[in-house]
Design a protein around this ligand. Structure first.
Ligand code: DC
Length: 228
């Protein structure tokens, strides 16, 4: 019998390993992977390119009218496009990273991106990662995971990733930035980062990527057999 094409929501703070894990889980089940953080980053990049005041919601949504965000398969990273422009690397640069929380706090932006994300998930067979997927975007997702790790461990992982990309930010600065983003993401008024009541908490601090993927795969497989 065909396996159910489920909606899998993976939320958690910055650098908890969500996108790495979500991508591998999607591959294992043949599901589509959607990185919603990349969508907030794309809007931030676009607004900065157009010299828009990032705190002005009206100006940001006016700029968004000329932006179409899309994803294409790529290795090791999924490619992200703003219209025809490949912005995969640009949206990971520190200037975008340090401004994205401001954009993510704008209710008008969240409404537009949430609608686009729900549209992408309608057919199921999707792994979506972000901050508010299990609580707001897909409250009925069959599988909800809340992925956490200590701030020190997350800074270490981000440092190693950055070095590979030629970005050389000191470790203590990375940890301070991660803690600041945690604070902004979890205290903002609209859709703050919180664990959904029915999400499974996975603390990845002592776990390898393979262990995290295996733990989530087991949850999905169980759910698939219980919903057939
Ligand atoms: O996961 P990330 O670091 O690429 O996310 C970038 C920013 O976008 C982060 O500050 C939180 C925000 N975000 C959000 O508010 N809601 C989401 N669903 C995904 C990301």
């Amino acid at each position: 019998m065909a396996k159910q094409a489920l909606q899998v929501a993976i939320d958690g703070p910055a650098s908890a390993g969500k996108s790495t894990v979500a991508k591998l889980v999607a591959k294992r089940f043949g599901y589509i992977y959607v990185d919603t953080g990349a969508m907030y980053r794309a809007v931030t990049y676009w607004a900065m390119q157009h010299d828009v005041d990032l705190t002005d919601g009206h100006a940001v949504i006016a700029a968004m009218k000329t932006l179409k965000i899309s994803f294409k398969p790529g290795e090791p990273d999924q490619l992200v496009f703003a219209n025809q422009e490949d912005i995969t690397a640009a949206i990971r640069q520190p200037d975008v990273t340090n401004n994205v929380s401001t954009i993510a706090a704008l209710p008008q932006v969240r409404t537009i991106l949430t609608d686009q994300q729900r549209e992408m998930a309608t057919a199921g067979g999707i792994v979506m990662d972000g901050r508010d997927i299990g609580t707001t975007v897909l409250p009925d997702a069959e599988v909800k995971i809340f992925l956490v790790a200590s701030a020190a461990e997350r800074a270490k992982r981000r440092y190693a990733e950055n070095i590979k990309k030629g970005i050389d930010t000191p470790l203590d600065q990375l940890q301070a930035e991660i803690e600041l983003r945690d604070h902004k993401d979890s205290t903002r008024k609209v859709s703050p980062l919180t664990q959904a009541a029915d999400a499974t908490l996975v603390d990845t601090t002592p776990m390898s990527i393979d262990e995290v993927v295996a733990a989530i795969a087991e949850i999905i497989t169980k759910k698939q057999s219980s919903t057939i």
